[in-house]
Design a binder for this molecule. Structure first.
Ligand SMILES: CCCCCCCCCCC/C=C/C(=O)SCCNC(=O)CCNC(=O)[C@H](O)C(C)(C)COP(=O)(O)OP(=O)(O)OC[C@H]1O[C@@H](n2cnc3c(N)ncnc32)[C@H](O)[C@@H]1OP(=O)(O)O
Ligand SMILES: Cc1cc2nc3c(=O)[nH]c(=O)nc-3n(C[C@H](O)[C@H](O)[C@H](O)COP(=O)(O)OP(=O)(O)OC[C@H]3O[C@@H](n4cnc5c(N)ncnc54)[C@H](O)[C@@H]3O)c2cc1C
Length: 616
C-alpha cells in the first residue's frame, strides 16, 4: 500500500508542479499546495505520503529559514528533489511541546549541533512519510548551549542517503505500524544518536545561534508555531471537503434507495422523503458549505498574516492562532461526527467498503488529534477568551473576530425574542458571552486564590471548553450570515439561488440553536411557543431544501473517482455497482472455499458424530 501511495503521490505531485506554474509561477501562495495536496489526497484513499512534505516541510523551510537556508534547502524541497517531513511529536510527548526530550547541544568548537533522542520516549513518533518516504526532516528539539536550555528550535536533518535511501549513521528510522486509516502515509519513528549537523542547519529566520555560541532570541517565540497554524487552516478546508464527499454519497443514495411507504398502500418512497432521513442528511450538506466558506475566510487571513510575519509584523498572529484553533476543532469534530451520521443514514450498505464512507471517516477522524489535539486547542482558545474578557473589563477594544464579545458585554438583557436570523445569531453570541463571563468568574477566583495560571486553566477547563465551543459556533454562524445576507456579490445571484442560500442559513441557525438550547436558556428567556415555532420552521425548511439537495451536492463537483463509492456514483446504478464489487471479492473466486475441507466439514462431522453417540 505504501509503495502504491508513493507512486500515485509522485504522479499527483507532478500535477501540482504544473498547477503551481499555471496559477502561481514561483510564488508562495498556499493554493497550489492546497490543490495539489487535495488532489493527491483525494486520489489516494490510503492517504498521501507527501502531505507533510508539501504542507509543513517546504513551508517551514520558507517561513522559518533564512533566505540563504531557503536557497540551500528550500528550493530543492519545493522542487521535490528532496522529500521531507515535520518531526516534532515524540513517543512520549505530542501536546506539551516544552516537554519534548529530543535535544540539540551546540558545539562551538566545530560550530555544529549534536542531536540526540536520549530515551525511547524521546524518539520522534508519527511524522507523516518518515517511515520510508522521506530523506530529510525538520527535527524539532530543545536547544542547549553550555547545557543551558534555550527553548525549541528547528533543524534541517538529512536522515537517508540521497542515492541509496539507506538511513545515515546515527539514524534509526522506520514505520510505526498499522493505523485505523491513512495506511499509505508511512508515519514513522526516528531516533538520533550523537548526530551532528552544521550550525547553519538550524532554521534561523527568527532566532539565531552565532558561531561563538551566543543566542539571539526570537522577537516572538510563538512564530515557531507557525507551521502548525498553517496545517490547522488546511484541516478546516480538508475536513469540510471530507464532509461534503460523504454528504454527496449519502444524498445520492437517499434518492436512489426506496424503503417503507409513508402512506398505507402507497409505493415505497425514496428514503429522502422520510423527514427523519432529511434531518440526518440535509444539515450535513449545509454544514459542509458553512465550513468551506469559513475555511476560505481563514485561508485569506492566513495569507495576509504570513505576508505580515515575513515583514516582521507579528500583530495578527494571536487572532490567527485563535481562529485557526477554533476552526480546526469545529470542522474536524463536526465533519467526523457528521460522516458517521451519514454512514448510518445509508443503512447496511453504508457499512460496506464499497460505499467508501468508512474510509472517508478514517481519513477525517485523525484531524481531531493531529495538529493539536482538539480539547487542548479548545483550552488554548479558552485561555485567549479569558485574556480578552480582561480587556473587555478594562474597556479596551478586541480583535475583529471577537468584537461581538464587547457588544454583548454591554447588553444588560437580551432584547425581545423575534426568532429572526439576527435574533438567532445574537442568541448564540449572547450565550457565548454569558459562558465566557461564568468561566472568567471561576478562572479568576482560582487565580486570585493564588492558583497558577495552568492550574486555574485546568480546574476551569470544562467552562473554558464550553466558552471556546460557543465562540466557534458564533464565528462560523456569523461568517455564514454575512456571506448570505451582506455579501457584496449578493446582487449577482439569481433570486432562486439566493433563496436556496437563505434556506441553508435558516437551517444552520435553527440547527445550532437547538444543539445549544440548554446553553442559550441559561441566559435568555424563550417561551415554549417560541421554541415550538422554531421546531415548525425546522421541519419546513427541511421540506424546502429537499428538492435542492441533489443539486447542491452535485455542485460540490466530486468526480466518481474521488468519491470512490458504489452508493454515490453519478449514474445512480447502486445495486449493480454493489454487486460488481461483491463479485470481485477474493472469496467469490471459488464456489467452495478452501476452509470447507480444512475446517468446516470436520467441525460439522464431529458434531454429527457426537450427536449420534449421545443418542446411543
Ligand atoms: C488541502 C490538504 C489539507 C490536508 C490537511 C491535513 C494534512 C495531514 C497531515 C497531518 C500532519 C500533522 C502534523 C502534526 O501533528 S505536527 C505536531 C502538532 N502538534 C501540536 O499542535 C502541538 C499542540 N500543542 C500546543 O499547541 C501547545 O499546547 C503549545 C504549543 C500551545 C504550547 O503550550 P504551552 O502550554 O507551552 O504554552 P501556552 O499554551 O501558554 O502558549 C504560550 C503562548 O503562545 C501562544 N500560542 C500557542 N500556540 C500558538 C500558535 N500556534 N500561534 C501563535 N501563538 C501561539 C499562546 O496563545 C500563549 O500566548 P500568551 O502568552 O499571549 O498567552
Ligand atoms: C494521523 C496522524 C498524523 C500525524 N502527523 C504528525 C506529523 O507529521 N508530525 C508530528 O510532529 N506529529 C504528527 N502527529 C502527532 C500529533 O500531532 C499528536 O498525536 C497530537 O499533537 C496529540 O499529541 P499526543 O498524541 O501526544 O496526545 P497527548 O498530548 O498525550 O493527549 C492525550 C490526551 O491527553 C489530553 N491532554 C494532553 N495535554 C492536555 C492538557 N494540557 N490539558 C488537558 N488535556 C490534555 C489530550 O486532550 C488527550 O485527550 C500525527 C498524529 C496522527 C494521529
Amino acid at each position: 500500500m505504501a509503495s502504491m501511495s508513493v507512486k500515485h503521490a509522485i504522479a499527483a505531485a507532478k500535477k501540482l508542479r504544473s498547477l503551481q506554474e499555471r496559477f502561481n509561477p514561483g510564488g508562495s501562495d498556499i493554493y497550489p499546495a492546497l490543490m495539489g495536496d487535495e488532489a493527491i489526497t483525494a486520489l489516494i484513499p490510503s492517504g498521501n505520503p507527501l502531505s507533510v512534505h508539501i504542507l509543513m516541510f517546504t513551508r517551514a523551510l520558507r517561513e522559518q529559514g533564512t533566505d540563504e537556508q531557503y536557497e540551500k534547502f528550500g528550493r530543492r524541497a519545493d522542487n521535490n528533489e528532496i522529500i521531507g517531513t515535520f518531526a516534532q511529536t515524540e513517543l512520549g510527548h505530542g501536546t506539551y511541546l516544552r516537554g519534548l526530550e529530543a535535544r540539540a547541544d551546540y558545539d562551538r568548537g566545530t560550530e555544529e549541533f549534536v542531536l540526540n533522542t536520549p530515551k525511547l520516549s524521546s524518539y520522534k513518533w508519527w511524522p507523516g512519510g518518515l517511515g520510508q518516504t522521506c530523506n530529510y526532516c525538520i527535527f524539532v528539539a530543545q536547544l542547549y548551549i553550555d547545557n543551558e536550555a534555550k527553548g525549541m528550535a528547528m533543524f534541517v536533518v538529512q536522515i537517508r542517503d540521497e542515492e541509496t535511501h539507506m538511513p545515515l549513521p546515527g539514524v534509526h528510522v522506520g514505520e510505526i505500524g498499522k493505523k485505523m486509516g491513512l495506511n499509505g502515509v508511512n508515519n514513522g519513528f526516528l531516533g538520533l544518536k550523537d548526530y551532528r549537523v552544521p550550525r547553519l542547519n538550524m532554521l534561523m529566520r527568527h532566532q539565531q545561534v552565532l558561531p561563538d555560541g551566543r543566542f539571539v532570541k526570537s522577537p516572538v517565540s510563538q512564530v515557531s508555531y507557525f507551521p502548525m497554524v498553517f496545517v490547522r487552516c488546511m484541516v478546516a478546508r480538508q475536513n469540510s471537503n471530507y464532509l461534503a464527499q460523504a454528504a454527496t454519497i449519502a444524498t445520492r443514495y437517499s434518492v436512489i434507495r426506496r424503503q417503507s411507504p409513508i402512506e398505507e398502500g402507497q409505493p415505497e418512497p425514496k428514503i429522502l422523503e422520510h423527514l427523519t432521513q432529511q434531518m440526518k442528511v440535509i444539515p450535513e450538506i449545509v454544514t459542509a458549505v458553512v465550513y468551506r466558506l469559513a475555511a476560505a475566510n481563514l485561508q485569506n487571513m492566513y495569507n495576509e498574516t504570513a505576508e505580515a510575519v515575513y515583514r516582521k509584523d507579528f500583530s495578527r498572529l494571536p487572532e490567527l492562532h485563535a481562529l485557526a484553533c477554533i476552526l480546526k476543532v469545529a470542522t474536524s469534530y463536526d465533519s467526523t461526527y457528521g460522516i458517521e451520521r451519514l454512514r448510518q443514514a445509508c443503512g447496511g450498505h453504508g457499512y460496506l467498503t464499497a460505499g467508501n464512507l468508512g474510509n472517508i471517516f478514517a481519513m477525517a477522524a485523525p484531524a481531531c488529534t493531529y495538529e493539536g489535539e482538539n480539547s487542548v486547542l479548545y483550552l488554548q482558545v479558552g485561555k485567549i477568551l479569558m485574556k480578552n474578557w480582561s480587556q473587555v473589563l478594562a474597556g479596551r477594544e478586541l480583535m475583529p473576530s471577537m468584537a461581538y464579545i464587547s457588544e454583548c458585554s454591554k447588553m444588560t438583557s437580551f432584547p425581545q425574542w423575534t426568532g429572526s436570523w439576527e435574533c438567532l445569531l445574537k442568541a448564540i453570541q449572547y450565550a457565548c458571552v454569558g459562558s465566557i463571563r461564568l468561566a472568567f468568574q471561576s478562572y479568576n477566583a482560582r487565580v486570585q486564590s493564588a492558583q497558577s495560571q495552568t492550574a486555574a486553566v485546568n480546574y476551569s477547563g470544562l467552562e473554558l471548553t464550553k466558552a471556546a465551543e460557543l465562540h466557534g459556533r458564533s464565528y462560523v454562524a456569523g461568517n455564514f450570515y454575512q456571506q448570505i445576507v451582506n455579501s457584496p456579490n449578493k446582487h449577482q445571484r439569481s433570486p432562486q439561488f439566493q433563496k436556496v442560500l437563505e434556506n441553508m442559513l435558516e437551517l444552520h441557525l435553527i440547527q445550532i440553536f437547538f444543539r445549544h438550547l440548554g446553553d442559550i436558556l441559561r441566559f435568555i428567556r424563550i417561551t415554549e411557543d417560541e421554541i415550538s415555532a422554531l421546531q415548525r420552521r425546522l421541519e419546513e425548511v427541511l421540506k424546502e431544501l429537499r428538492p435542492d439537495a441533489v443539486a447542491i451536492t452535485d455542485a460540490f463537483d466530486f468526480n466518481d473517482k474521488i468519491l470512490s463509492s458504489a452508493l454515490g456514483c453519478y449514474d445512480g446504478n447502486v445495486y449493480e455497482r454493489l454487486f460488481e464489487a461483491a463479485l470481485k471479492h477474493p472469496l467469490n473466486r471459488k464456489s467452495v472455499p478452501d476452509f470447507f475441507e480444512a475446517h468446516l466439514k470436520p467441525f460439522m462431522k464431529e458434531n454429527a458424530d457426537n450427536a449420534k453417540k449421545s443418542k446411543l
